[in-house]
Write a protein that binds this ligand. Structure first.
Ligand SMILES: Cc1cc2nc3c(=O)[nH]c(=O)nc-3n(C[C@H](O)[C@H](O)[C@H](O)COP(=O)(O)O)c2cc1C
Length: 177
């Protein structure tokens, strides 16, 4: 099964980047890094945007994936503008029925849940299937020296991925019918 993870943080040195790099290298999952390599422009609806390499790549990789992990910082109680903008380039033809795992990176306290709910609402708008399990990562979850996350958090990530894989298996069976 092919899983893709999207880093929705605009900050090159952001915590969401640390989390997505960890998941990408630990599980051999392809990373779409919207903060750098895979940056897409501001969506304006012009047909010319359909021919941009970054847009073609984003659409292709999401369409070919069997499952997606969306990781976004919580900014002002929502997902990042960067991630929402990238999702505006996609449609149900890229995501319909596809299992999606949601991760929010928050500032601590009780942050993160609004970004998760925001992503869940937008995924429904794209007919994707956000799985029930979800994750908030606080600043203390990170091992900054090693560009990684602490072991207890890694365990939670593993549980999230196990559930994602379970839903992907069902999705692949349904797709064949
Ligand atoms: C503009 C802005 C708004 C933020 N709003 C929230 C918020 O509503 N809730 C929260 O928990 N943290 C909030 N934070 C803190 C970030 O979620 C936190 O720093 C997180 O690590 C950001 O991810 P990043 O490091 O990948 O950018 C905000 C940070 C910024 C810069």
């Amino acid at each position: 099964m092919k899983i893709v993870i999207i880093n929705g943080s605009p900050r090159k040195k952001g915590r969401t980047g640390i989390a997505t790099r960890f998941i990408s290298r630990t599980y051999g999952i392809e990373l779409i890094d919207l903060s750098g390599l895979n940056a897409v422009p501001l969506y304006n609806g012009d047909d010319e945007q359909d021919f941009l390499e970054s847009v073609i790549h984003l659409r292709k990789i999401v369409k070919e994936a069997d499952g997606i992990i969306l990781a976004s910082p919580e900014y002002h109680s929502g997902m990042s503008g960067l991630l929402k903008n990238a999702l505006d380039f996609l449609g149900s033809e890229h995501l319909q029925h596809k299992p999606v795992a949601l991760i929010a990176v928050a500032g601590g306290g009780k942050g993160g849940i609004n970004a998760l709910n925001n992503m869940r609402t937008v995924m429904r708008g794209l007919y994707a299937n956000s799985i029930p399990r979800q994750l908030v990562l606080d600043p203390k979850a990170f091992d900054y020296e090693n560009d990684s996350i602490h072991e207890d958090t890694a365990h939670l990530v593993n549980t999230l991925l196990e559930e994602l894989q379970l839903y992907i298996k069902s999705y692949l069976v349904l797709k064949e019918q």
